[in-house]
Design a protein around this ligand. Sequence first.
Ligand SMILES: C[S@@+](CC[C@H](N)C(=O)[O-])C[C@H]1O[C@@H](n2cnc3c(N)ncnc32)[C@H](O)[C@@H]1O
Length: 307
Amino acid sequence: MPSSMGAPDPQHDPTTADRHERERLDTLHAAHTLLLSPTEEQLVGAHLGAVHASGRRSAVLDVGTGTGTWAFSTARRHPFADVLGVDINWAAYGRQDAPHGNVEFHTVDVTKPLPWAGGTFDLIHVKAMLMDIPHYAQLVERLAVVLRPGGLMILVESSMSFECIDGTPSAVVTSWCASLRDALATKSSDIDLPRSLDRTLAATGVFTSQFYFQEVGCPVGAYMPSASQALLRAGRLHASVIGPTLCRLISSRLESGPRRRSLERLSDACARDLQSPSSRYMQRLFAVYAFKRPSSDRTGPRHRHSF
Ligand SMILES: C[S@@+](CC[C@H](N)C(=O)[O-])C[C@H]1O[C@@H](n2cnc3c(N)ncnc32)[C@H](O)[C@@H]1O
C-alpha cells in the first residue's frame, strides 16, 4: 500500500458534532448489518477464504470508511486479510481493537486519480457514498480497474425517498422527497441510482454475469409487532437517527441557497412525520455483490439473484 498518504490523526480530539456523526453512522451501520446479514458475511467469508486457501493474504479496500467500523470488523473477522480504509475526512473515525494488526487508514480523495495499480484489491466495499460523490458511476468504473480479476465488489446504498407502507405519504414527506430530488438533479447525483446498482456495475463491462442483489425495506420505527426481531431492532435504530440523517443529506451536497433553505425548513417536520408512532414509513436499502471476470472471460447474459 502507498505509505506517503495521510492517515487519521491519533491526537484528534473529536468535537461533540464529530461524536454525534460517529454515533449516527454506527447506528445506521448496525441497522443495515441486521438487514443484510448473513448474505454479506457469507459472500465475503467464502471469497476471502478461497484467496487465503490459495496461500496468499488478501487485500481489502473500504471506500469512504467514515467511522472505520466496517474495516475494523472485517480485519477482526479475517486475520489473513489486509484491510485499508480510505476517506478525506476523519472527523467520524474512531479507533477500535485490531488484534491482528491488519488494518490501516489512509487519506485518499477517490474523486481524484486512484493511487493504486490495476488489480490491487481482492475485495472493494463502498457503502453510503452516493450522496457524497458526484458521478458515482464513474467512481465505480475506476474502482473496477483496481479490483483484481476474480475480485468481489460490494455496493450498498439507501434509496433517498421514504415510502408509506399503508397509504400515501404525508404532504410534508412527499414535499421533502420531491425537493431533494430537484436539488440533487442539479448536482450530478442520480437519486434513483440505488435501485439500479447492478446495472451500474454491469455497465463497466468487467463483471461476471452473476450478480447477488438484496433489496430490503428498512422500517423507520418498530411498528410491525409480528416482524422479525432483526426488523424491529433495525427499525428502532433507524428511527433514532432519522432527524440527523435528513440534515446530513442536505449538508453533504447542497451549499447555502434557496434550495437548501427550503429543505432545511422541511426537515424537522419531515423527521417528525417519519418518526410519529402512528407512521408506517420505510426506506429501501440496496446491496449488490459482483465478481470481476478473469481477464480471459467474455461478457455473457446477466443473472440477478435476489434474496
Ligand atoms: C455517509 S458517510 C459513510 C461512511 C461509511 N461508509 C458508512 O457506511 O458508515 C460517507 C463517507 O465518505 C467520505 N467521503 C466523501 N467524499 C469522499 C472522497 N472524495 N473520497 C473519499 N471519501 C470521501 C466522507 O468523509 C464520509 O466519511
